[in-house]
Design a protein around this ligand. Sequence first.
Ligand code: PGA
Length: 253
Amino acid sequence: MRKQIAAANWKMNLNYQEAEKLIADLFSVPFSLKNDQEILIAVPAPYSAMAIEKTKGLSNVFIAAQNCHQKMEGAFTGELSASMLASVGIHHIIIGHSERRSYFGETDALLAEKVNAILSVNSTPIFCCGESLTIREVGTQNQYVEAQLKNALFHLTAAQIIKIVIAYEPIWAIGTGKTATSAEAQSMHAHIRSVLSSQYGPAVAEQISILYGGSVKSSNAVELFSQPDVDGGLVGGAALIASEFTAIIKALK
Ligand code: PGA
């Protein structure tokens, strides 16, 4: 059975004290998660040690990273590698977020290298894909997302791709308050699964978690997560409020 995941993407928000308080507030009452449910919290890198310490011993709760470099080491000032992150206990890494694609010029070819780096240290890439408003208006979103998957992931073997988590995040819904309807989300998630299925077969496609991201909040999480191909969410703004993210976690299937 594939995992149901509530993933927080804190982005470049909160100072250390606020981050400490948010972690404390979130886990003041431990969640009773089912075996197939997971909580991921992608904190800014300087807060990783604190967040790992504060969540130590909580099962199915993992501190994650928001990005990594495609190389393992070297003269890349300011960068962090998947192996460095693994060495401090971070085994889940978001890659290809639309903000990284648009502000830092990340391409699918680069993301293919990042995927390889992350898998090579036995960590899990959370691969983000999703179309802009212009593409949605033209109606070519299915082909667009399919190309993102093919270019960044389809060099992987079946044994490798089942280790990936996919996050579908329509750019027009990120931070805008405008959420995809549950029908729009389900339709794209089913498309992504069918693309995976035609490349790797249905048994593999069935095992891959596909998260929805883009203005997920407590008021829409139950409806979104109840869709058959929506396996949880990647949450920005609402993950910065303990009561909101708690409700989102509780909305997992
Ligand atoms: P949002 O961000 O929930 O604030 O829309 C989601 C994301 O960018 O991952």
